[in-house]
Write a protein that binds this ligand. Structure first.
Ligand code: PLP
Ligand code: 3DJ
Length: 398
């Protein structure tokens, strides 16, 4: 296992002149991914054609790569499978979880959750009937809101805006005490910090691979089902590839064995090839060392910004144990400040209404990146150079 993050940095393509602090939204290109995807296109798709499903093992990729992600999130073997987008996987996990708690109709979440998770929950409630409802409370009030009315506790472990981290072990235990099921969204945790799904007795989890796991834009999501639930959890999105015998083409649905029943349709083979290249790097990473490095990078950035930018207010927890691998600051003109930073090669992002968000990804973020970003941000803040119309015009994607 490696603890040498200068060596892992060399395995990524990072454009000249860029300090990349947005790997928490879209990870950069692993150098070997371009060749791996090119091989998949020319040697597999090009030469094998449809034979690739067997000959190149395409059909097994969702489980094979899922098993590699399992180590990063503390999951048991054969409990993680890839496919579809994260929003779809949230729906799949939530519907299966609700079905396992008959008589209860409340999904509990928090107001810091990513909107798509809440929208999927609302949509599911609408489909199930008028008694089903989504209840959201402030993140700090979640523990007190887990009553014996709650069927499913659905939380994103690390808040996408502030980086605040929920205590997965404690909240899962509380949910279980009240007879509820816990569904965790690991979008901002997988590859950001060590996660212990089995150790926390999580029931379901989902996450994406295009952020910290570097599978590229549109890379597939993953779903985890605890082994104790795998043969009970019923997929609401019961696609043919989750069927017990997809190529029997039965007219009636029969769920497959294990977590594979959570598959829906055809897997995205080109994206899985990119993910495979990235996981070649992840396979070598010591997760405790990754966490230590992530904390050091975040602390250095906070100290640097607080020493030089008095107008920026820390929006992330100050205590590293309460934080994921990102740091956010607030400013009413956060959007323009972020555009001014990006114009100078420091790429973070902005989240409405006022959050400047910076991701720290030890596999390729260096100490020099942190120093450089602080210096450029300090200059922009001191000079007010962000106060220009071209930095205030909102783009479609922020
Ligand atoms: C916590 C969280 N959940 C869900 C999503 C939605 O993911 P997707 O667009 O892949 O469905 C995202 C990011 O977009 C996210 O950060
Ligand atoms: N999935 C994204 C996309 O398709 C375009 C732009 C951004 C994203 C993101 O992943 C956003 C991300 N979940 C966030 O934390 O804000």
């Amino acid at each position: 296992m490696t603890t040498d993050f200068a060596a892992t940095r060399a395995l990524f393509h990072l454009p000249e002149g860029v300090i990349y602090l947005d790997g928490n939204s879209l990870g950069p290109l692993p150098r070997s991914a371009a060749a791996r995807v090119a091989d998949c296109v020319t040697k597999e798709w090009g030469e094998m054609l449809i034979r690739g499903w067997n000959a190149a093992g395409w059909m097994d990729q969702p489980m094979k790569q899922g098993n590699r992600i399992a180590r990063l999130i503390g999951a048991e073997p054969d409990s993680v499978v890839l496919g579809d987008t994260l929003s779809i996987k949230v729906y799949q996990a939530l519907a299966a979880a609700l079905d396992m708690v008959p008589g209860r109709k409340v999904i509990l979440s928090d107001t810091g959750n990513f909107p798509s998770d809440l929208y999927m929950a609302e949509g599911l409630c609408r489909t199930l009937g008028p008694d089903y409802r989504l209840v959201t409370v402030a993140p700090e009030d979640v523990a007190g809101a887990i009553t014996d009315e709650v069927a499913v506790l659905m939380l994103t472990q690390v808040d996408y805006r502030t980086g605040r981290m929920h205590d997965m072990a404690a909240l899962t235990a509380l949910a279980h005490e009240k007879g509820a099921i816990a569904v965790w969204d690991l979008a901002h945790s997988a590859g950001a910090l060590p996660v212990e799904l089995a150790g926390c007795k999580a029931d379901f989890a989902v996450g994406c691979t295009y952020k910290y796991l570097n599978s590229g834009p549109g890379g597939p999501a993953f779903i985890y089902v605890a082994p104790r639930h795998q043969d009970r959890a019923l997929p609401a999105l019961s696609g043919w590839l989750g069927h017990a015998a997809p190529f029997a083409f039965d007219l009636a649905y029969r769920p497959g064995a294990g977590v594979e029943r959570m598959r829906v349709g055809t897997p995205p083979i080109l994206q899985l090839a990119a993910l495979e290249a990235s996981l070649d790097i992840w396979d070598t990473v010591d997760m405790q060392a990754l966490r230590a490095r992530s904390v050091a990078l975040c602390e250095a950035f906070i100290a640097g910004v607080e020493a030089t930018c008095p107008d920026l207010a820390l929006a992330s927890p100050r205590d590293a144990t309460q934080r994921g691998s990102q740091v956010s600051f607030r400013h009413p003109e956060g959007y323009a400040i972020m555009q001014a930073l990006i114009a100078q090669g420091v790429i973070g992002d902005f989240r409405a209404p006022d959050i400047l968000r910076f991701g720290f990804t030890p596999l390729y973020t260096s100490d020099a990146d942190v120093e450089g970003a602080v210096a450029i941000l300090a200059k922009i803040m001191a000079s007010g150079s962000w106060d220009r119309p071209e930095f205030k015009a909102r783009a479609k994607v922020t």
